[in-house]
Design a protein around this ligand. Structure first.
Ligand code: ATP
Ligand code: MG
Length: 461
């Protein structure tokens, strides 16, 4: 029965073809991954489950990364035990997930995700036991479709993500020729590419991210339908899309990913207006620099703030809206606030960027005009503000991209690193501006707008 189901899953165009259900057991001598390479928590979890009589394997990205000589980001375990059985074995564990329940097992600061072998989706599984639970309104709370190890392999996305590592025997179980694909550096979807992308369009983004991260090629039949099916991403719930975009942007290979997304036509409507921004040379340069910096930081193990990156991705939209407001006669700072409100409101409508990032994004943007004030007490106040570092880095990007005079970046670098006495010496004279301020104060206006006049000319030139 299962074999029949599996045969049905694979259309004639299937990229992982008829060899699909032939289990190959690969010995340590061949694959070379010893059990001391996996995290102590993953080792403990798999050993414990096996001792209790269940089968248990490290699966997915961790096996793939170990075979490619990379350090796994996290560990997933797949087992024949049900969530309740897993939960009963580990004191520090909890069941999570609604539709498909899995268990988080904690050891010290590490968490391993343990899931029961999963079977085919309900529509495909007429003869496989399905456990469904709904609330009083009929909303689906749980949709656990348990299956065999073989089925668990087949429901995964790519062959290289469907390898099972048994740390006790130090063997790899391979149902889909994933081991060969790893060696040949090929990303191949399991089953019919079109069917699998239709089932879950996020797999197209995963293909791009994994190819960039692992520096491997997407197999031709796996890549072929992506261009045509790209619009399907519009049906993916925004929160899920956002999570996937975070993974992509913080993969350490964001620039390569965005370039490839573009090449494959996957960028439309994905990131907030990315398509529009990338069409403008200045916007493209700014985003390229921001992504390159982010990649460098991540590769060096440094932290990156999502707020900063979103501020960068949206900045050229803000600039356009800001200019529009000024052209319509609005003063500089109110125009900036209006532009920010507009751009963030558009994002909220699309739910592209969650509101929790608004505060940091807004702060970084609002601080930008202040970098152009290099006289009086204001530079000192800016330097002392909480978000100075993020806003300063952002200003450096603006200079580097050609939007601002690089002289501003140089001045701030010097000012930031100097002692108080030297800082006083670096301050600019308030010559003509003072005159203007006097004139304005005669008109009972605050001196705030004086510096703003300088800003207008610099930002709109
Ligand atoms: P990484 O953790 O390095 O980003 P990963 O492949 O481990 O990559 P996860 O999101 O941790 O990605 O997923 C774990 C595993 O779950 C995958 O290796 C794959 O087998 C399976 N998986 C994840 N997303 C999907 C999907 N959309 N469709 C099918 N299987 C998936
Ligand atoms: Mg993973």
């Amino acid at each position: 029965m299962i074999r029949k189901f599996i045969r049905n899953l694979f259309s004639p165009k299937a990229s992982a073809s008829d060899s699909i259900v032939k289990l190959r057991v690969i010995s340590r001598k061949k694959h070379g991954v010893t059990s001391d390479k996996i995290s102590s928590c993953a080792l403990k979890v798999t050993t414990c489950l096996q001792q209790a009589g269940y089968s248990a394997f490290v699966v997915g990205g961790a096996v793939r990364d170990l075979l490619l000589g990379l350090i796994p980001k996290d560990y997933d375990v797949a087992t024949s035990a049900t969530p309740e059985e897993i939960r009963a074995l580990f004191r520090r564990s909890r069941i999570i997930g609604r539709r498909f329940r899995l268990v988080h097992v904690m050891c010290g600061s590490e968490t391993v995700e343990v899931s029961t072998f999963r079977g085919p989706s309900p529509s495909d599984a007429k003869n496989i036991s399905i456990i469904r639970h709904t609330d009083e309104h009929g909303r689906l709370l749980r949709d656990n479709v348990f299956g065999s190890q073989e089925e668990d392999a087949i429901r995964r996305d790519f062959t290289i993500n469907a390898l099972f590592y048994d740390p006790v025997k130090e063997e790899i179980h391979d149902f889909l020729d994933g081991y060969k694909d790893i060696q040949e550096k090929r990303l191949r979807i399991i089953g019919s590419p079109e069917k699998r992308y239709r089932e879950d369009p996020v797999r197209m983004l995963r293909a791009v991210r994994l190819a960039a991260k692992l520096k491997i090629q997407i197999d031709t039949p796996t890549a072929a339908p992506i261009g045509d099916l790209a619009p399907l991403l519009q049906n993916v719930p925004p929160a899920r899309l956002f999570d996937e975009m975070l993974k992509l942007l913080f993969s350490g290979h964001a620039l390569a990913c965005v370039v490839d997304l573009r090449k494959r036509g996957l960028h439309h409507g994905l990131l907030p207006m990315l398509d529009v921004i990338l069409e403008q040379p200045m916007g493209e340069r700014f985003i390229t620099l921001a992504l390159r910096n982010t990649d460098k930081r991540i590769q060096r193990g440094m932290t990156v703030s999502p707020g900063f990156l979103f501020a960068a991705l949206l900045w050229h939209e803000v600039l356009t809206a800001w200019k529009c407001r000024q052209d319509a006669g609005e003063k500089l700072i109110p125009a900036l606030h209006q532009a920010i409100d507009k751009i963030l409101a558009i994002q909220h409508k699309k739910l592209a960027i969650p509101r929790r990032f608004d505060a940091i994004i807004t702060e970084i943007w609002v601080m930008q005009p202040r970098f152009q004030v290099r006289a009086g007490r204001k530079p000192f106040r800016l330097l002392a503000s909480l978000r100075f570092r993020a806003a300063y880095d952002f200003m450096l990007l603006r200079c580097e991209s050609g939007e601002l005079d690089p002289e501003i970046a140089n001045w701030w670098k010097e000012f930031k690193n100097a002692d108080d006495e030297c800082r006083e010496g670096l301050l600019m004279k308030e010559g003509p501006a003072r005159k203007r301020r006097k004139k304005r104060s005669n008109r009972k206006q605050t001196n705030k707008t004086t510096e703003d006049i300088t800003v207008v000319t610099e930002t709109t030139k």
